[in-house]
Design a protein. Sequence first.
Length: 149
Amino acid sequence: MDLVYTLYIGATPEQVWDVLVSDEGVRAVFFGCTIRSGMKAGDDLAYVGPGNDGDETVHVYGKLLEVEPGRVFSYLEHPGPSYYSNHEELETRVTFTLDPVGGCTKLVLVNDKWAEGHPSYANTQEHWPMILSNIKTYAETGKTLDFGW
């Protein structure tokens, strides 16, 4: 059930990292959300933005596991409370790994440790390629893709 994606981005690991964690980058590629976190291992984390509960919808929340700037960003996540009443029981792990390859960056995303019967699995499987494509496009051009939403 692990979701694993690998792509190559025409930008440095530091530029890709900035897309993953800066307010501007996250807002651009994660559909208007921002990350709320102290950005240290063990800190709480939440992606908050427009959604079911208005502009302050918590889409996912959890704990940071590893933060190595320009290299690794990993966290445990749960869907936001407005999505499922049993959101606290529904957990996965997300790990972004960045490695320089020549003049570009290899990004590997692993979304694993899915709780059995997690209702977001199919939706997540569909949306990661869109988000990753947005990360690549934004890091390379400063623009995002138009998904027609």
